[in-house]
Design a protein around this ligand. Structure first.
Ligand code: ADP
Ligand code: ASP
Ligand code: MG
Length: 403
């Protein structure tokens, strides 16, 4: 059996944790299995590296940032291979270059395109555990790239797909996927199983327990995932196409604080305004999420507000300012102190009253909603960031999702 095991940053944060992981890998290896280990950078290393870069140059290029960030994962894999070797387990570490994990060229947000398997296969055949850097790749310019924050999950799933692994296990610091982040909602319930689609929504809406691209890939290639703890032996959550357990209307509540709201005021209330605005943003490959448009006022004016990821705000604002004449608006307002709370579940569209129940929960908690968006499988609202936790608890409670 070939098993891909991915361990996140907190699972390899220090010497003790590294040996804890090494021990679990040793057990798998001694059970007669081929083992590929994918690792993230130790603890908060990636954040620290970003901080160091900011210190040197707040406008550091994305290329150089990736060059720096890939060091974090390289440290982890080398130390893990050393730990395994010290325990008598033959092991070798490989980075994205050595494996040859090809990505698109977008630094900081690259997509995996092709992974060469020859080197990995050869090392596995020679009886070694292969320890591979998560989160990184190489592009057509022979430069290092990274897959976006939390991207090691995606590396693991992609490797499981190309190697036709029999299992893909994602080890983290909680015991699986819960109805809400268990650090915010203490009575959140661990899910036995969840479908790819529901997990994809949860991940895209802020449940960072899995990188959203990893779920997309898992669905595309039919890779069944298990999310579980690196510290306990509790059974985790299985992510797959069809669940066996009774299907739930609501799978959970997610929060995303990494959003900002941009309001473009005083636009002309004529056809084509929204197109011109969003096409401009789209051309920079920036994702726009919630959108609201005001009713027209003063005869011929309107406002359009939308959300983007917090780290893209500056780009969008300067883009708007550069095109002020063409777009003809009066001003731009940015609010960064907002959070998006989402209710996710496959039963949302088919069950009447879900949205009103969610708004009632927020009303009971005295929380104002600043934007609303619904789809077949989710309802999202924007609230003041300081109420994010309170809103999570209120909605989770209202739908009786807890234990
Ligand atoms: P790793 O370093 O192992 O990749 P992450 O920090 O990326 O770990 O993801 C695990 C974290 O995801 C948990 O510590 C938890 O706080 C958070 N999380 C958010 N939403 C959920 C959820 N619905 N279920 C489980 N964990 C969640
Ligand atoms: N180390 C990277 C990050 O912190 C990748 C990951 O953890 O998956 O975002
Ligand atoms: Mg992660």
């Amino acid at each position: 059996m070939l098993v891909v095991k991915k361990f996140g940053g907190s699972s390899v944060a220090d010497k003790e944790r590294i040996f804890n992981v090494a021990e679990r890998v040793r057990e798998e290896y001694h059970a007669g299995n081929e083992v590929v280990v994918v690792l993230s950078a130790m603890g908060k290393t990636t954040n620290e590296l970003i901080e160091q870069a900011r210190n040197i140059n707040p406008r550091a290029s994305r290329r150089e940032l990736d060059m720096l960030l890939t060091c974090g994962e390289q440290m982890s894999v080398a130390l893990m291979a050393m730990a395994l070797q010290s325990m008598g387990v033959p092991a070798i570490s490989l980075n994205a270059w050595q494996v040859a994990m090809h990505t698109s060229s977008a630094y900081g947000n690259a997509r995996l395109k092709k992974i060469d398997t020859e080197r990995i296969q050869a090392e596995l055949e020679s009886g070694k555990v292969v320890v591979i850097t998560g989160f990184q790749g190489i592009n057509k310019y022979d430069d290092y790239t990274t897959l976006g924050r939390g991207g090691s999950d995606t590396t693991a799933v992609a490797l499981a797909a190309v190697l036709h692994a029999d299992a893909c296990e994602i080890y983290t610091d909680v015991e699986g996927v819960y109805t809400a982040d268990p650090r915010i909602v203490p009575n959140a319930r661990k899910l036995e199983e969840i479908t790819y689609d529901e997990m994809l929504e949860m991940a895209s809406l802020g449940a960072k327990v899995l990188h959203n691209r990893s779920v997309e890939l898992a669905k595309k290639y039919g890779v069944q995932l298990v999310v579980c703890s690196s510290l306990t032996r509790a059974p985790g959550t299985v992510v797959k196409e069809v669940v066996n357990v009774e299907k739930m209307l609501v799978s959970g509540v997610a929060v995303d604080k990494n959003v900002s709201r941009i309001a473009v005021m005083g636009l002309n209330d004529v056809p084509g305004t929204a197109f011109k605005l969003f096409n401009l943003i789209y051309q920079k490959k920036i994702n726009v999420d919630l959108i609201v448009q005001s009713v027209g006022y003063s005869g011929d004016k309107k406002d359009i507000a939308f959300t983007v990821a917090a780290d893209r705000v500056e780009e969008v604002v300067s883009l708007l300012e550069q095109n002020k004449e063409r777009l003809q608006f009066s001003s731009v307002e940015v609010s960064s102190d907002v959070a998006k709370i989402s209710l996710v579940g496959s039963g949302i569209m088919s069950t009447p009253g879900m949205a009103s129940k969610m708004f009632e929960a927020l009303y009971d908690a005295g929380i104002n909603t600043r934007m609303i968006s619904t789809s077949e499988i989710k309802i999202s609202v924007l609230v003041d960031e300081r109420y994010a936790e309170k809103a999570m608890l209120a909605v989770h409670d209202k739908f009786e999702l807890g234990d």
